[in-house]
Design a protein around this ligand. Structure first.
Ligand code: SAH
Length: 239
């Protein structure tokens, strides 16, 4: 057998409704949250028995926005500034022969209800709508190897910017429903401190950007060593 068909067992509902701004690995932004909704046929509470004993889980998922878009033997990882190429198998890029990703994320809580099972997650690096193929418990004794060599990615990328809010943006944060947009200021800080701009942009790039979180358009400007969040507006229907 050389080809296999797998079924989606659940779908991610995440704060990241577009690729721009998604952290480049899990756990870089602890406030990045998601709900994994199990699909009919995979909602048996029995299948999750004892899972709540684990603080973290592995998610095996499909890079669905890369699917069908091909792959190259080499890629330019953002942390190398976007100008050095490494082999696709020495990278975690979504553009790979089988666009399968894996992330260790925090399992905040497990909801097993008659209407369906949902996993509340944080520290995610996943696009809204990501199809999940499997869930496994994270085992520190086997999966955490503090002495491992890590090639060109020795440590987590240091936050690049300080993030400040304009009065308008701070006011918008205060007036938005905190249940619908949990921990919004810290989420924005965490995401923007990492500098979400593509690393291969030309040097004279524009300075003003928009990033989508849930149904919000977060506008920001880059100034020397800081990011200024200038406005936070609901995304209009026609954008
Ligand atoms: N931790 C995973 C993913 C690393 S790449 C792994 O190592 O396999 C993370 C990037 O994948 C994010 O920054 C985002 O740009 C992209 N991404 C996340 N979900 C995606 C999806 N469903 N389809 C395509 N790209 C996605």
């Amino acid at each position: 057998m050389t080809s296999f068909a797998f079924e989606t067992i659940g779908r991610i509902h995440s704060c990241f409704t577009e690729k721009f701004g998604i952290p480049r690995q899990p756990n870089l932004v602890p406030e990045a949250c998601a709900v994994l909704e199990l699909l009919p046929g995979f909602q048996h509470s029995d299948a999750f028995r004892e899972l709540e004993g684990f603080s973290h889980i592995w998610l095996i998922f499909v890079f669905h926005q890369c699917h069908g878009r091909g792959w190259k033997t080499t890629v330019r990882p953002p942390r190398l500034g976007g100008n050095r190429r490494v082999g696709v198998f020495a990278s975690r890029s979504g553009f790979r022969p089988n666009p399968i990703g894996q992330s260790v994320v925090r399992l905040v809580s497990l909801e097993n209800r008659k209407e369906g099972s949902r996993l509340h997650l944080s520290g995610i690096d996943l696009l809204d709508g990501t199809p999940v193929l499997d869930i496994k418990p994270y085992l520190p004794y086997a999966d955490s190897l503090p002495d491992a060599r890590a090639g060109y990615a020795v440590a987590a990328p240091a936050p690049k910017f300080q993030v400040v809010f304009s009065e308008l943006a701070a006011q918008a944060c205060r007036s938005l429903d905190a249940r619908r947009y949990p921990d919004l200021p810290n989420l924005i800080r965490g995401v923007l401190a990492q500098d979400p701009r593509p690393s291969y942009r030309p040097p004279d790039d524009r300075k003003s950007f928009g990033m989508r979180l849930w149904d919000l358009n977060v506008r920001f400007r880059i100034e020397d060593h800081q990011v200024v969040v200038t406005a936070i507006d609901p995304v209009s229907i026609d954008t």
